[in-house]
Design a protein around this ligand. Structure first.
Ligand code: RI2
Ligand code: ADE
Length: 503
């Protein structure tokens, strides 16, 4: 059918195509059917919504669709039904546990980017990868297909360093320290981050508290060529665009299938032109990788994938058995990261991890002699040079470089949990901590999250504060309190854990 475009002043979070009820009947279109809109040489796909609010002869498009094509009001287009895309067959093949061929993977990625695959099919693909996995040939094909369906950045500075955490550990604001330390040493580090996937705050969510994170490739090139670093959200760019579409499903399910994680991270690094990449693999109970053996295997996969892409990759297995630092949630983490940069000190876990990772990068980039990287990183942090670089990053990214940690607003609805008994902290449950912060509204509510007052091994007395939940609304605070009561986020025991009788 031919129709005139009517742009609807709404975002539906989907690519919706609104069709008049009578016309839909005539054209045999049903709710959620996939249709293609042909406009000149461009074809855009979307799902049918039937509505009598749309007149005959019109086709309504929500503003989401304008991201795919800049339709103008009244533009004449053709709307046609579209059958199930070929890639659905390949998704089913992966559901059966079969290996996918390169061309099949390329077709899936192209259909994701073209929006021929809808959220429900993409979630099935993500779930099939969680259950059946991918081998290295499939991962390499997926990585290259993801990178090649988007743009590539070409920065006029070499070498290009990069760091990425596989995430999963609460409070992981580490890279907000690593990037300015490395850049302050004169290396170039154009850091892209994703928003939270399984956690309560991804690095992009935290940086967004004090600076813009959505930039075009040209803007990033300008910033990085000027100051040697950026900290931006990868999803705002047309770099490996399938990545942020699949992340949406991962986030909803709170899963990060290993093969997809490798492809997702490395496709962005490849598209950014990164040459030396350090992958942080937090390891411990309740994170994505629980054992050192599994972490080593994953590091080897990243290294092998890097070789296939022409990148030098190293892995760092880091302690992920409890949250990093004392804060979880975007604004609280932003406060802690900024304070560590300003003062050169902070919680041991944060400073140790940040200077350790930055040290490896300084050695990889050839500015620190072997074995001296961490010392150099610490000096850069303590001298205030990293903070100075951070100020430049904030300024170039449209934030206020003079911002002080205490000026960052945090959720003012609070509740503090106290120790029910005296003893030692024998465990902090990462998943429960993340669950509480998410129940409180993080990462969408920037001020939501929690402040932890204790770490594993510390002694507490009955009634001592353990953690404070912050939320932006009473309803969210109540949800988080209920969640915290249902779980055991912090375990306290005496030093004698068990008595075994002599029978
Ligand atoms: O912890 P979850 O949410 O699973 O993983 C996502 C986080 O991990 C990575 O961290 P970084 O950007 O390397 O610091 C991502 O970019 C994102 O911030
Ligand atoms: N960008 C990303 N994609 C998928 N998994 C990730 N884990 C950490 N960062 C990720």
């Amino acid at each position: 059918m031919k129709a005139k475009v009517r742009i609807l002043d709404m975002y539906s979070g989907r690519y919706s195509v609104f069709i008049n009820e009578k016309e839909a009947k005539k054209a045999k279109l049903h709710p959620d059917d996939l249709v293609k809109i042909e406009a000149g040489k461009k074809t855009v796909y979307g799902s049918v919504v039937i509505s009598s609010l749309i007149k005959e002869g019109e086709v309504g498009v929500s503003k989401d669709i304008l991201q795919l094509h800049s339709f103008s009001e009244g533009e004449l287009v053709t709307v046609l039904p579209s059958g199930a895309p070929e890639s659905v067959r390949y998704i089913k093949k992966k559901m059966r546990g079969e290996k996918l061929r390169k061309v099949e993977i390329e077709t899936i990625v192209k259909d994701i980017v073209d929006r021929k695959l809808r959220d429900i099919e993409i979630s099935s693909f993500v779930t099939s990868l969680e259950i059946n996995g991918l081998d290295m040939d499939e991962i390499a094909a997926l990585t290259i297909a993801m990178a090649e369906t988007g743009d590539m950045l070409d920065i006029d500075r070499k070498p290009i360093m990069d760091v990425h955490s596989i995430g999963g550990v609460p409070g992981n604001k580490t890279n907000i320290l690593v990037v300015p330390i490395v850049a302050a040493a004169g290396l170039t580090i154009p850091k892209t981050s994703s928003r939270a996937i399984t956690s309560a705050a991804g690095t992009a969510d935290v940086v967004e508290v004090f600076a813009e994170v959505s930039f075009s490739l040209d803007e990033i090139k300008r910033i990085v060529e000027k100051i040697g670093a950026c900290m931006v959200w990868g999803g705002a760019l047309n770099l490996a665009p399938a990545d942020d579409i699949t992340i949406k499903s991962e986030r909803a399910l709170s899963i990060d299938p290993t093969g997809l994680m490798l492809a997702s991270i490395m496709s962005k690094k490849y598209a950014m032109g990164s040459q030396y990449v350090l992958i942080d693999i937090p390891t411990g109970k309740g994170v994505k990788v629980e054992t050192v053996d599994a972490a080593r295997a994953l590091a080897r996969d990243f290294i092998e994938l890097g070789k296939r892409l022409g990148q030098y990759v190293e892995g760092a297995i880091t302690y992920g058995g409890q949250p990093i630092g004392h804060t979880v949630g975007p604004a609280l983490e932003a406060r802690e990261a900024l304070s560590a940069l300003m003062t050169g000190t902070g919680p041991g876990s944060l400073i140790e991890k940040a200077t350790g990772l930055a040290g490896v990068l300084l050695e990889m980039g050839g500015v620190a002699p072997a074995g001296m990287g961490k010392k150099m990183a610490r000096e850069i942090l303590e001298s205030g040079k990293a903070y100075q670089k951070m100020r430049e990053i904030i300024e170039e990214q449209g934030g206020n470089p003079d911002i002080k940690p205490e000026e960052i607003p945090v959720g003012d609805k609070t509740y503090t949990f106290t120790a029910p008994t005296s003893g030692y902290i024998t465990g902090i449950d990462n998943r429960a901590i993340t669950g509480i912060a998410r129940a409180a509204g993080a990462p969408e509510d920037k001020g939501a999250g929690l402040e932890l007052y204790v770490k594993v091994g510390e002694k507490v007395k009955e009634g001592d504060p353990l953690f404070t939940i912050h939320a932006e609304s009473e309803a969210r605070l109540d949800q988080a309190i209920v969640f915290a009561r249902r779980t055991e986020p912090i375990r306290i025991e005496g030093m004698v854990l068990q008595r075994i009788g002599n029978i």
